[in-house]
Write a protein that binds this ligand. Structure first.
Ligand SMILES: *[C@@H]1O[C@H](CO)[C@@H](O)[C@H](O)[C@H]1NC(C)=O
Ligand SMILES: *[C@@H]1O[C@H](CO)[C@@H](O)[C@H](O)[C@H]1NC(C)=O
Ligand SMILES: *[C@@H]1O[C@H](CO)[C@@H](O)[C@H](O)[C@H]1NC(C)=O
Ligand SMILES: *[C@@H]1O[C@H](CO)[C@@H](O)[C@H](O)[C@H]1NC(C)=O
Ligand SMILES: *[C@@H]1O[C@H](CO)[C@@H](O)[C@H](O)[C@H]1NC(C)=O
Ligand SMILES: *[C@@H]1O[C@H](CO)[C@@H](O)[C@H](O)[C@H]1NC(C)=O
Ligand SMILES: *[C@@H]1O[C@H](CO)[C@@H](O)[C@H](O)[C@H]1NC(C)=O
Length: 477
């Protein structure tokens, strides 16, 4: 009887002993239309999934009575200095981040009616639209910004494309291609004539992800599609084969360029955690929205596959990786010696329904490691500057051509803009001053601006469209 009352107290105490100072989250998009046409969009179901996951993060890291609450984080009102959110300027990923943030900081009226309303000097009360909807700032990153590499390090990177294509030369690939030929041919009646797949070679392991995706999406959304006759077992086979193909395109221990996107993401995660450290806990939560291929590459790069073979598999819709920066003890303020007391823990939530489980990084046993050790293990695996990425990729991206001091000093990702972007804008402001001199200067400026202005690339830049060799489909969202 006594033991029964003491035990829960002890458990609660041991949980509360930890103090979380900051969390960095990388999320895959939710359910979407097929990416076959390269015009994929988040569906209503997908938005709900991302919202649900954002709400789960709120329950864990923000709710006032959660033992995992981030130290000092605002419970109801979104505080801009505490939260950083970014996504590539593509509808599906911007909307993924928005839906997640809607769950993280929902409309205030349902949370706390008092915080929701402000009293004006004349005594009347005011509430934001949509029941006190909160506008969490989301930084979009256009395709020709140097900051694009942190989430989409494989885009416009010829070295990546070449390395990924090398997978098709491996015996692993060639064996599977031969062994699964009949299996894939059997789906020809389901897909033929419906989509633009008609040659026999379209039905093979060479299109493992494309075929899985078409059938998976049609089974969820299309009431009249013959894909509904594909059995659960067959879909499982298609998915498992797609797992192996996509992992193959995105990681090979002896060919680092295949996981270049994970190396830049690693730098981004380091930079965001470091911002929490250097600001003594001011920045508390970062959200990055990206693609499953970056996740797979990251699983390989950080040896999570040694922690669980499940990491060889495609993450479900709206899956999230989370990095917690915490003190093992109960602290009331940020530690004065971060190296001595801070630790980092990796967690993964597979889609909407699974729990947010911890896994050891780098093939270790313990599920967390000291902050300086995390830095020492992540840094050598990371690409931390735009200049290094340009070099490693052999990229022809515009920002790689800007070969001055400023661009080589640009480092992973700032709250706001990178030094390289600041440099470009600085240059444009300077040009703007010259412009008043005369019409000749004006023409020059227009030519120059066409080359660098980010506005040019605001259309939906889909990943695949940037690849020079489109023979595989690994690089999609
Ligand atoms: C109070 O001021 C606001 C803003 O000027 C105005 O919209 C509102 O009608 C005023 N209320 C009253 C009761 O005067
Ligand atoms: C990994 O790279 C090595 C060396 O380039 C190559 O021999 C092997 O076939 C590759 N494996 C896969 C699965 O691509
Ligand atoms: C749904 O399936 C039908 C029948 O196969 C096909 O004609 C239609 O194009 C499909 N719709 C979509 C959105 O793929
Ligand atoms: C963290 O940020 C500080 C200040 O910008 C910098 O000097 C340091 O090298 C960074 N550390 C890591 C691990 O990025
Ligand atoms: C996530 O779920 C998918 C589908 O069930 C599975 O194939 C994959 O291995 C899982 N990944 C992890 C890390 O649990
Ligand atoms: C991954 O971790 C396992 C277990 O510690 C280890 O045996 C293996 O060599 C590691 N692989 C890489 C690529 O570091
Ligand atoms: C903290 O650890 C990092 C990584 O090991 C190291 O570079 C840095 O010098 C350390 N800082 C202090 C103040 O000890």
């Amino acid at each position: 009887m006594v033991a029964a009352t003491i035990l829960p107290l002890l458990l609660a105490a041991s949980v509360a002993a930890e103090t979380i100072h900051g969390v960095v989250v990388f999320s895959r998009h939710g359910d979407r239309t097929t990416k076959h046409y390269n015009a994929q969009q988040l569906t209503r179901l997908g938005a709900s999934q991302c919202f649900q996951v954002g709400s789960a993060y709120r329950s864990r890291y923000i709710d006032g009575d959660s033992p995992y609450r981030i130290s000092g984080i605002s419970e109801f009102d979104y505080v801009s200095s505490q939260i950083y959110a970014t996504a590539p300027s593509q509808g599906i990923l911007m909307n993924t981040a928005t839906a997640f943030l809607q769950g993280l900081y929902p409309p205030l009226v349902g949370l706390d009616a008092e915080v929701a309303s402000q009293t004006l000097n004349n005594g009347s009360k005011s509430i934001s639209p949509l029941n006190g909807y909160q506008y969490v700032t989301l930084q979009g990153v256009v395709g020709n910004s140097p900051d694009t590499i942190w989430i989409k390090g494989d885009d416009a990177c010829p070295a990546y494309t070449e390395a990924a294509d090398a997978f098709e030369q491996s015996t692993e690939y060639q064996t599977r291609l031969a062994e699964t030929r009949d299996f894939y041919q059997s789906f020809s009646p389901v897909l033929k004539s419906v989509y633009d797949l008609d040659s026999p070679s379209d039905f093979s392991y060479a299109k493992a992800y494309d075929i899985f995706d078409l059938i998976n999406v049609a089974r969820i959304h299309n009431a009249t599609s013959p894909a509904r006759d594909v059995s659960d077992d067959e879909l499982f086979q298609l998915r498992t084969l797609a797992d192996s193909a996509e992992f193959g395109y995105n990681y090979n221990r002896t060919q680092p360029a295949r996981s270049i996107h994970a190396q830049t993401l690693g730098a981004a995660v380091l930079a965001q955690l470091n911002k929490t450290v250097t600001s003594a806990g001011k920045l508390k939560f970062s959200l990055l929205a990206g693609s499953y291929d970056t996740m797979l590459a990251f699983f390989g790069l950080t040896n999570l596959t040694a922690a669980s073979p499940d990491f060889f598999g495609l993450p479900g819709y709206a899956s999230t990786m989370a990095f917690e920066l915490f003190s093992p003890d109960s602290e009331t303020s940020f530690p004065t010696d971060p190296n001595a007391s801070l630790r980092v823990r990796f967690r993964f939530k597979n889609g909407t329904d699974s729990s947010l489980d911890s896994f050891p990084l780098f093939g270790e046993k313990e599920d967390s490691l000291p902050w300086p050790e995390f830095v020492n293990k992540m840094q050598p695996r990371a690409i931390t500057t735009t200049a290094k990425w340009c070099n490693a990729c052999g990229s022809k991206a515009d920002f790689c051509a800007v070969n001055d001091e400023k661009s080589s000093a640009a480092s992973a990702p700032s709250r706001g803009m990178s030094n390289a972007v600041a440099g470009v804008i600085g240059a444009m402001v300077t040009l703007g001053v010259i412009m008043v001199v005369g019409a000749v200067a004006f023409v020059l400026l227009r030519k120059r601006a066409r080359k660098v202005a980010p506005i040019e690339a605001t259309g939906p830049v889909e990943k695949g469209s940037l690849h020079t060799s489109g023979s595989h489909v690994s690089s999609e969202v």
